[in-house]
Design a protein around this ligand. Structure first.
Ligand code: JBQ
Length: 296
């Protein structure tokens, strides 16, 4: 996968050289290119922002540097990927190739913004299936809207948010997204790790947080590892872990509990849910807690 990032703080993306993403780069599974947005400014002050039309606080990123940057990234990346002979597995271009019968590749443009769609595991999986991503993290109050609109006529654009809190800019959101995407690429995760049990991965563990984990020693500062984990009884261990996961999800993410369907649980699990105060409400089609009943 090729990844381009255009930013006014390329040094903020240094962590991409480290750990899982860094190793994937070193192995050639990930080809990351960082670009300084200011290299596409034309004034002596290298200005990238200006005051918002209509008034209001803060500054808005000017369209011209972003337009020139995206033009350059598109041209550079398309040339590199064509030279690689990668075109056959590329993403669909929004138009036809101008020359020859090989489609010109375009990236999927990912714009981190608090007003984007939620960046979920599902979106990470979708983006992990593309061969080329370009990220456009903004500082200040965001990028002039016309940049996004024009880009969308030339390539797929995804505006996404990593969560409901305020960041100073999109660079950290890029780090989050790239890590979530990179670990899904074939061969990036080692054998020891796997996607199977990820809390949010579709499949067995979907909508369920993972419970507590323990390692040696069996006693530490007077605290013992739960006995069941030392029992060697695999059935009991699996059930205990599932019950812990239920309790933790109820405590931290009642919104996930609201998505649970009764049919997903066997008799013993329903009993465990009942012990946690979770009862199936036939009329509402969802689990209700004792607290729900008190609210009404
Ligand atoms: C976010 F994606 C961005 C970009 C800039 C600021 C942000 N703040 C909160 N959540 O995902 C975000």
């Amino acid at each position: 996968m090729r990844i381009d990032v255009v930013t006014i703080f390329p040094e903020y993306l240094e962590p991409l050289n480290v750990s899982l993403v860094g190793k994937a780069r070193a192995r050639g599974q990930l080809d990351v290119h960082l670009h300084d947005l200011r290299s596409w400014t034309t004034d002596v002050h290298r200005t990238v922002d200006d005051t918002p039309y209509g008034g209001g606080p803060g500054m808005v990123m000017k369209p011209e540097p972003w337009g020139a940057a995206l033009d350059a990234v598109l041209a550079e990346g398309a040339e590199a990927l064509a030279a690689d002979g990668d075109a056959a597995v590329g993403d669909a271009a929004v138009g036809d190739a101008a020359d020859g019968d090989v489609a010109v590749q375009v990236p999927t443009l990912v714009v981190p913004t608090p007003s984007g769609r939620p960046f979920t595991q599902e979106l990470a999986q979708e983006l992990a299936g593309r061969s080329w991503l370009a990220f456009a993290p903004a500082r200040y109050e965001g990028i002039d809207r016309r940049v996004i609109e024009e880009a969308a006529t030339r390539m797929p654009v995804v505006e996404a948010s990593i969560g409901d809190y305020v960041l100073a800019g999109g660079e950290v959101a890029v780090l989050v997204m790239v890590e979530a995407i990179a670990r899904l690429l074939p061969g990036v995760l080692g054998n020891a790790e796997s996607h199977r049990d990820d809390s949010f991965a579709p499949g067995a563990m979907a909508d369920l947080l993972e419970g507590p984990v323990y390692t040696k020693p069996a006693e530490w500062r007077g605290r013992e590892v739960p006995e069941v984990l030392l029992s060697g009884h695999h059935g009991k261990i699996a059930r205990w872990r599932r019950e812990q996961a239920f309790a933790r999800t109820l405590a931290h993410r009642p919104d996930l509990v609201a998505r649970w369907q009764q049919g997903a649980f066997d008799k013993k699990e329903r009993e465990a849910l009942s012990v946690l105060g979770l009862r199936w409400d036939e009329e509402q089609g969802r689990f209700r807690t004792t607290a729900d009943a008190v609210e009404e």
